[in-house]
Design a protein around this ligand. Structure first.
Ligand SMILES: O=P(O)(O)OC[C@H]1O[C@H](O)[C@H](O)[C@@H](O)[C@@H]1O
Length: 935
């Protein structure tokens, strides 16, 4: 347990005794909110706001003498709820003495922002317990109080026996309320419940909120993860956020039952309401072996007060939205992300691994419960190339697919046959080619199909006739040949367009009901006489083909196109010849240089050189810069691509005098020349050992360049993730700390610039380098201000982006802190911010670390390379805490960069005082440590 402290700004944890001599733990957060937990039962007895208001009910008649459980607070019902089993009512955990964990977990807290917590444990060590429940278990309970006053209970039950066992659990929470008739519970509507008062019979909740007029004793099943209790009179709302606890118990004894309970006052039922997070209907089974433990049982209460009840509703709705967001259709989402990554649309979409596909992704619609994607509409977003197989076809609930007006090429995707529910298919205005699918009968629900303006060839499949629901079929402007299909069975058809294909007549009589424009521009066809019943319809004989363009016929139009193309080609050859001669004359050895650049895969030299020459501009160097090259020298230099980043491509350019510089060629700059120059002046004005210095820049209409010092040691990303093979040189702890301290100082310095308003905006490990002292040095700063938009989020960059940036598309100093936190996590875990597992699962580093820290409480997060060193566990844990404090969701709860410098330095200094460099351990030691985080 963490020691108490006199420092008011830190959370306090104290051990006290109650009047019976029972130990109690008192948690207090820096703002004065408090929680009291009794070791008897591991029961939370009190939860007070910073103003001292009690939020939990405890009966004035409660019997606090062990083994009797106190009536009130949060008794834990375990391993049985109620009388559903052979044990006493609610099991034995609430009657037992729990222990404060002697050997605290390896990771004392995942949030260093002022959380007070205590770890308790109940073990099946005494004979009494094993006699009534013959299973070896450990029940670890963490109770914590956040800086925001939120109370969290996290449980981990472990089976340490050789046989499996099952248990039920409920956090039997007595909320203190003004008056039971003034209270409402939301989040349980439409759920099934078991009524304990009617022999656990199953009913369905009909009301849209739960209000109280009489005794209630129910177990609601499979509830959402957020439930709210609204206390109108006190203007107070409790939000219960739970994980791994599908059921919710709602209990109030009302007057008669209250009178029968010896430890409850007759009138007290009015001021209490039990709403428990629980797992009751389906008990949890734990397999034997220590690693088969229960995970994810957590229970968070937050307490809110605002003067307007409407505000509660908004907040509650938001929480539900968060829940819905979490309930993303993961598999569908993954399929779409793969599709997007491979198709690379030219228009950026806001599709992001970390955001809710159903609520935020452009062009995507889900079904009602958010479990599947049902519509994808991406018209005109610049999709290029062929549709990758096994991507969209995995969206098996898709009913609408619109990819019209893109540049999609290739065959009609064969695997679309998997999209059995497809009703609306719009692929018009693309470059599809090849045959139409042979078997249309797989899409029984097809209602509207538009494949016009592509280059489909072959015949029109007969299987179209099997579609019973199709109302609209448009195959116009393709190269289809053969006969016009007989669609007489398709009685639903209301619109057809086969115009401008190479189809041959005759037009089947049934299709003659449609206007002749549907058959214009076909290779050759004739009308047969309409059947008598249709004879009254207006059917004109074959019309003149509709003029294509500017009133010209197809043939004339084609001739003109050919003639114009020949002229254009001649002009192009002439222009190229002139450019070639100009280059030769003006550059001397230029041709050799270009060959050199090209060989290295450099800057597309021809275009680049001519653009520069046209611009008639010069490089702008910053004061004090000792470089003496000019633009021509730079263009003549041999170039090598160092990396393609969010804002452009970076090259290493080696000048004729052997100087190496890094040149960043920016793409999508939105700022005009003046704004660009102003921003460059701000960036170039920063002279700091931990900030990569901008030496020069260049601005013309077509090219924007930035010239930096070149760092030969490579980026932190390459040192961490590059060459993980046999020859890898591990990045030692000392270097990682120097990187962290250096980068933190660099970013803190950047944040001071421009009256304390400058934002880096693109912090990631590939933008941090090792300077000559092997300290971190940050690059690529301040560019968000001049760029048109944030880059498409489907990239490694997405892993660094703070949640609020994904939503608002605006970075800030606090989002820099988040990104820096991700870099720290990379240094600690050795893992990339977004990576895939062997099973192709996409892992988001922040979430992964959160889950390991919260669920496992082990040292598994750390890079195995670090486990070789002795005496660094404590520093690693502290650094992890610092990193986790940076990546908290709420921006205003993140520390400032200047604080981080101090914090990281204090960890680093401690390490320095321990000795020169941590020593790698022997193999035995290393393997011990890798499991030492277990408690
Ligand atoms: O009196 P206790 O054993 O603490 O139980 C109090 C109540 O707990 C739960 O809500 C059960 O559903 C009730 O049936 C029970 O009366």
């Amino acid at each position: 347990m963490e020691a108490s402290t006199d420092d008011e700004k830190r959370p306090m944890v104290d051990l006290v005794k109650d009047k019976n001599g029972t130990d109690q733990v008192l948690l207090q957060n820096p703002k004065g909110a408090s929680v009291k937990i009794s070791l008897h039962g591991g029961q939370v007895l009190s939860w007070k706001t910073e103003r001292g208001d009690e939020l939990l009910f405890t009966s004035a008649k409660a019997n606090s003498k062990p083994p009797h459980p106190v009536r009130g607070g949060i008794p834990i019902c375990f391993p049985q709820f109620g009388t559903r089993g052979s044990l006493e009512q609610h099991g034995f955990a609430r009657n037992k003495m729990w222990l404060v964990e002697n050997d605290p977990p390896a990771l004392p807290s995942f949030d260093s922002t002022g959380k007070a917590y205590v770890d308790l444990v109940l073990k099946s060590s005494d004979e009494d317990t094993t006699r009534i429940w013959p299973h070896c278990f450990e029940f670890h309970l963490r109770v914590s109080l956040g800086l925001d006053g939120n109370l969290t209970l996290i449980s981990r039950v472990r089976n340490i026996n050789s046989k499996p066992f099952s248990f039920s659990i409920a956090y039997h929470t007595y909320f203190s309320i003004s008056d039971i008739s003034e209270v409402r519970v939301e989040g349980l509507e439409t759920l099934d419940y078991l009524d304990n008062m009617l022999d656990k019979e199953r009913f369905t909740e009909q009301g849209d909120a739960l209000t109280f007029e009489s005794e209630i004793d129910r177990v609601y099943l499979n509830s959402k993860d957020v439930v709210a209790v609204f206390d109108h009179e006190r203007k107070r709302t409790f939000l219960i956020e739970k994980e791994g606890l599908p059921d919710v118990v709602v209990w109030n004894p009302w007057d008669k039952k209250a009178k029968a309970l010896p430890d409850l006052g007759d009138e007290e039922y009015k001021h209490m309401l039990c709403v428990d997070g629980a797992a009751i209907e389906k008990p949890i089974t734990l397999k034997p072996a220590s690693d088969q433990r229960q995970r994810n049982i957590s229970f968070v209460f937050c307490f809110l007060t605002t003067p307007m009840e409407e505000a509660w509703r908004v907040i509650f709705t938001l929480c539900l939205l968060i829940y819905v967001a979490n309930a993303d259709p993961i598999q569908d989402k993954r399929a779409l992300l793969e599709f997007l990554t491979l198709m690379r649309p030219t228009r950026s979409l806001n599709w992001n691994e970390t955001t809710s596909v159903c609520n935020t992704w452009t062009g995507v619609t889900c079904n009602k419960d958010g479990s599947r994607i049902t519509a994808v509409r991406l018209p005109g977003v610049g999709l290029n190339g062929q549709i990758p197989p096994n991507t969209l076809s995995r969206l098996s609930s898709l009913t609408v697919l619109s990819l019209r007006s893109n540049r999609i090429s290739g065959l009609f995707p064969g695997d679309f046959a998997e999209l059995k529910d497809l009703a609306f298919l719009y692929l018009q205005d693309n470059d599809f080619s090849g045959q139409l699918p042979e078997d249309f009968s797989v899409w029984k629900n097809l209602t509207s199909v538009n494949l016009s303006n592509n280059d489909f060839n072959g015949t029109v499949p007969d299987s179209l006739a099997s579609l019973k629901r199709v109302q609209s079929l448009n195959l116009a402007n393709n190269s289809l040949s053969g006969d016009i299909p007989d669609l007489s069975g398709v009685s639903s058809l209301q619109h057809i367009d086969l115009s401008y294909n190479n189809l041959n007549g005759p037009i089947p009589s049934w299709l003659q009901r449609f206007p002749t424009s549907s058959y214009q521009g076909l290779g050759g066809f004739s009308l047969v006489q309409p059947p008598p019943d249709l004879a009254h319809q207006e059917l004109k004989p074959r019309q003149k083909p509709k003029p294509h363009f500017l009133g010209l016929t197809k043939t004339v139009f084609l001739l003109i196109v050919i003639a114009v193309s020949v002229v254009l080609l001649a002009v192009l050859v002439f222009v190229l010849a002139v450019c070639y001669l100009r280059m030769k004359l003006s550059q001397g050895d230029g041709i050799v240089t270009d060959a050199k650049l090209q060989k290295k895969g450099g800057m597309s030299p021809e275009k680049f050189v001519s653009r520069m020459e046209d611009a008639n501009n010069r490089l702008s160097f910053f004061e004090g810069c000792n470089y003496s090259f000019d633009l021509e020298d730079l263009l003549r230099a041999s170039a090598e691509v160092l990396g393609k980043g969010t804002f452009g491509t970076t090259y290493k350019a080696v000048l004729e005098d052997a100087t190496s510089v890094a040149v960043k060629r920016l793409k999508d700059v939105a700022a005009g020349k003046r704004d660009f120059e102003q921003q460059m002046e701000i960036i170039g004005g920063i002279k700091h050992e931990n900030v990569v210095e901008l030496k020069a820049y260049y601005y013309s209409k077509d090219e924007k360049l930035m010239v930096y010092d070149y760092f030969g040691n490579g980026s932190v990303a390459s040192l961490l993730h590059g060459n993980r093979g046999e020859n890898r040189v591990p990045l030692d702890w000392e270097t990682r700390m120097s990187i962290a301290i250096g980068a933190a100082k660099g970013i803190a310095r950047i944040h001071q610039e421009n009256n304390g308003k400058l934002v880096h905006g693109n912090i990631k490990s590939s933008n941090i380098f090792l300077n000559s002292e092997r300290n971190g040095c940050v690059s690529d700063l301040g560019l968000t201000a001049v760029m048109s938009a944030l880059a498409p989020p489907i990239s490694r960059q997405a892993g660094y982006r703070a949640p609020e940036v994904t939503d608002t598309r605006k970075s800030s100093q606090l989002s820099d802190v988040y990104s820096f936190g991700v870099v720290l996590l990379e240094l600690l875990t050795g893992k990339s911010p977004i990576h895939t597992t062997a099973g192709d699962e996409i892992i988001h580093l922040v979430r992964w670390v959160h889950s390991v820290v919260r669920e496992e409480w082990t040292a598994e997060v750390f890079d195995v390379e670090l486990l070789r060193y002795t005496n660094i566990e404590e520093e690693m844990v502290e650094m992890l805490q610092i990193a986790m404090s940076c990546v908290v969701k709420a921006p205003d709860q993140r520390p400032k960069m200047s604080d981080l410098v101090r914090l990281i330095e204090s960890v680093g200094n401690r390490q320095a005082s321990l000795g020169p460099e941590p020593k790698p351990k022997s193999e035995n030691e290393a393997s011990e440590t890798s499991t030492a985080g277990e408690i």
